[in-house]
Design a protein. Structure first.
Length: 191
């Protein structure tokens, strides 16, 4: 487990951070008129590869695990969810972010050695992780959870099982997300 987290940290330190967004961004698609940029897809591909590579190095597993997602589909849904949040005045408060950071700190406290392996692989301190690296990811996670909850609440399916709710969300996204792919060569070469 610790080798896996070290390898994951090592792989993730090589993934571009959002602060490194290029000035001239190539639009490869639109999701409901919202641009999807080449660097966003490449970032998702690199994250998926870092996770897969870490698992393969640690466990000798050469087949992608079940969670291995389609990078394009992941980014398309994420773009839609961010747009949905804006349209429905859903946001993440400073208090919600601080609560998530505290929760994560406490969760890692019982796995201190394991967490330190990840940080070591990434070449960062715990403070750098919780102050600089984690917050943008936590904000997206909180926002996406709030969007999911909003969609479920407005649909009236709150009494359904988690599996049924996920099936409803999958269908909702399939109906609502309209993708127009622009850069067919990039998409073909990276899918």
């Amino acid at each position: 487990m610790e080798d896996w987290l070290y390898n994951l940290g090592d792989g993730m330190k090589n993934v571009s951070e959002k602060s490194n967004i290029p000035e001239n961004r190539n639009v490869i698609a639109y999701v409901n008129d919202i641009p999807v940029y080449e660097d966003e897809i490449i970032d998702r591909i690199e994250k998926n590869n870092a996770i897969s590579d870490a698992m393969e190095k640690s466990a000798g597993n050469s087949t992608p695990p079940l969670w291995y997602s389609d990078s394009f589909g992941y980014v398309y849904i994420e773009k839609f969810m961010i747009s949905y949040a804006r349209e429905n005045d859903i946001d993440v408060s400073k208090e919600e972010l601080e609560e998530q950071i505290l929760y994560e700190r406490n969760a890692w406290e019982s796995e201190k050695e394991t967490f330190e392996q990840y940080l070591s692989g990434r070449g960062i301190t715990e403070e750098e992780f919780f102050n600089d690296i984690a917050p943008p990811s936590y904000i997206k996670t909180i926002l996406k959870n709030k969007v999911r909850n909003h969609i479920i609440k407005n649909s009236g399916i709150t009494e359904m099982s988690n599996k049924e709710q996920q099936e409803y969300l999958d269908e909702f996204f399939n109906e609502k997300i309209k993708v127009v792919e622009i850069d067919k060569d990039f998409i073909k070469n990276h899918r």
